[in-house]
Design a protein around this ligand. Structure first.
Ligand code: NAP
Length: 527
């Protein structure tokens, strides 16, 4: 049952008097449950509990953390239809998407469980002592990754399960050994509370310290700001708008002890269509891209918001085909009236810029909160001269930029802001003649795709979901896949430490049997 209260560790609590409700965008009405925003006293309690829990939780074995993560996955599945119904009622997304996202969430939790159970992720590195080394003896040095401390997670509005309460950031932080305080997303507070109840149940069943997880409600920016400024919080994970991510990043940098904020923000995901591909299959590409632009009502961070090519008859035909195809697609519901409103404002802003031509704009009447898809086009010079045209329009929208020639195409790519993805569509080995363009794109993105679409982010070890600023605040890390654990750890070195007092990962006997680097050689052997 949903209480509308906060989880401060294992206890529910609602001491405040600021309340709010979530919204069903499909029915265009408020949901009934009343949520109570966390007070500053409750924030203090949650952070204090997390910092106390950290002392025990940071030392818990990989096997116990794995059992905890698997138990969370089981409890989430146990929520069954209650979770699916709440998800749909708070997002307007269809049941199939809810079930798919639940599968992704559970899969992520289990993949982190496998990672910490196996244990080699800590990158244990040992350089043995050389007491007889001349002119000076060498000490015994042993390094591994250790958890950073309590982490605050801001869930994403567009992934209420997979990048929210028990999503990638939370799973990675718990796997690393960091307690987590979630600043619940106000648009899906009910879904968030259900998932929070599953995490708390799993924590209690598996004997985890109270405070390893808290879930705080809020419908404004104050709760998040207090959390980021709290001296006991040691890192922040965020997915959302550039404005929100940057504000939190600045706030964290101004603290007496600055902390890292791993924010995944906007991206327009440039797609470059090379001339032969345009000539050979503009019709097929147009159809594929009309679907990619509108999937999930365009509310994906990898939505292809920018399509680049060189002026030609084939490019003109492509634009016409893309317009025809996208207008055939029936508009769908957005997550929330605020997101729909943002879509309309940003779309109108782009359309009203000088030299922008609208080639498709769905103009039949739609229900409230449904998005009308649109395609616009500009020339390369206009795009280069007007930074407003580079902004993300979060929704089913894309801009086609027609460059004069190859050199202008390269200049446009070089001047793009950092992006999550870049895509190249090419035929008949023509890619070999576009080396500079590929290099320019590589410098601007975190993942490059050949003859595909950017939407659809596989969860696996080789995935990079991140990119140069402003796609993310730190391009050295991924927000998807097990390597995202590296955001919540720091390297730590023991010098000449007694063997029996070292963590198991670094002891001579290698009791966990993990892979380690000993004197430069990768091995699972004991020393
Ligand atoms: P958002 O406005 O950035 O909010 C995300 C979370 O951060 C919310 O919990 C919000 O709290 C909090 N927040 C925002 N600004 C803050 C600040 N200055 N200080 C403290 N906390 C702050 O994102 P959203 O609500 O998910 O969606 C709004 C827009 O963000 C969308 O229309 C879209 O343009 C963009 N967006 C982009 C992506 C992407 O992947 N590129 C994903 C999602 C959203 P409150 O809501 O309680 O204020």
């Amino acid at each position: 049952m949903i209480t509308g209260k906060n989880y401060i560790g294992n206890q529910v609590s609602a001491k405040g008097n600021k309340t709010f409700k979530t919204f069903n965008p499909e029915l265009d009405q408020e949901n009934e449950i009343i949520f109570t925003e966390a007070t500053s006293e409750e924030i203090e309690e949650a952070v204090l509990l997390a910092s106390i829990a950290f002392k025990e939780y940071s030392k818990i074995s990989g096997a116990k953390k794995a059992a905890f993560l698997n138990a969370i996955a089981d409890e989430i599945l146990g929520l069954d239809q209650d979770l699916i119904h709440m998800y749909c009622a708070e997002t307007g997304l269809p049941e199939g998407r809810a079930i798919g996202e639940r599968g992704r969430t559970v899969g992520q939790l289990r993949s982190f469980a496998n990672l910490v159970l196996e244990g080699s992720w800590v990158e244990a590195t040992i350089d043995l002592a050389q007491p007889k080394r001349e002119p000076l003896p060498k000490s015994d040095l042993r390094k591994m990754l250790i958890p950073i401390g309590p982490v605050v997670v801001f869930g994403a509005s567009n992934f209420p399960l997979a990048y929210s309460t028990a999503g990638g950031d939370t799973a990675a932080a718990l796997a690393a050994g960091c307690p987590v305080i979630v600043k619940s997303h106000p648009m899906h507070a009910g879904t968030g509370e259900l998932v929070a109840s599953a995490i708390v149940k799993a924590a209690q069943k598996m004997g985890m310290p109270n405070g390893v997880f808290s879930n705080l409600n809020s419908s404004g920016i104050e709760v998040g700001q207090l959390l980021v400024q709290h001296p006991k919080v040691k890192a922040v994970g965020f997915t959302g708008s550039f404005k929100g991510g940057r504000a939190l990043y600045d706030l964290a940098a101004k603290r007496e002890e600055p902390i890292p904020v791993f924010a995944e923000m906007g991206s327009i995901n440039p797609v470059v269509i090379l001339p032969k591909a345009l000539k050979n299959r503009h019709q097929e590409i147009a159809k594929t891209y009309a679907n990619s632009i509108t999937v999930g009502t365009g509310q994906f961070c990898t939505n292809p918001g920018l399509i680049l090519g060189i002026q030609s008859d084939a490019f003109t035909s492509f634009i016409k085909n893309l317009s025809d195809e996208i207008l055939k697609i029936h508009p769908s519901c957005m997550l929330h009236p605020t997101i729909k409103n943002g879509y309309e404002i940003n779309k109108t802003k782009i359309i009203s810029q000088k030299n922008v031509s609208v080639v498709a704009n769905f103009d039949l009447e739609v229900s409230n909160n449904f998005a009308q898809q649109a395609i616009v086009t500009v020339d390369g010079t206009t795009f280069l001269e007007n930074p407003t045209l580079h902004l993300e329009v979060f929704g089913p929208f894309s801009m086609v930029v027609q460059c004069e020639n190859k050199a202008e195409l390269e200049t446009v790519i070089t001047h793009l802001e950092g992006q999550l993805t870049g895509t190249i569509l090419a035929d008949d080995q023509e890619i070999e003649n576009y080396e500079n363009i590929i290099l320019a794109l590589q410098n601007r993105v975190g993942r490059i795709i050949f003859n595909g679409v950017p939407t659809g982010v596989e969860v696996c070890e080789s995935m990079v979901h991140g990119g140069p600023y402003p796609a993310s605040t730190d391009s050295r890390f991924t927000a998807v896949g097990v390597n995202s654990i590296k955001r919540w750890v720091r390297p730590f070195c023991y010098q000449d430490w007694p063997n029996e007092l070292l963590p198991k990962e670094l002891q001579n006997e290698n009791p966990l049997g993990i892979n380690r680097k000993v004197d430069g050689i990768s091995t699972t052997e004991k020393i």
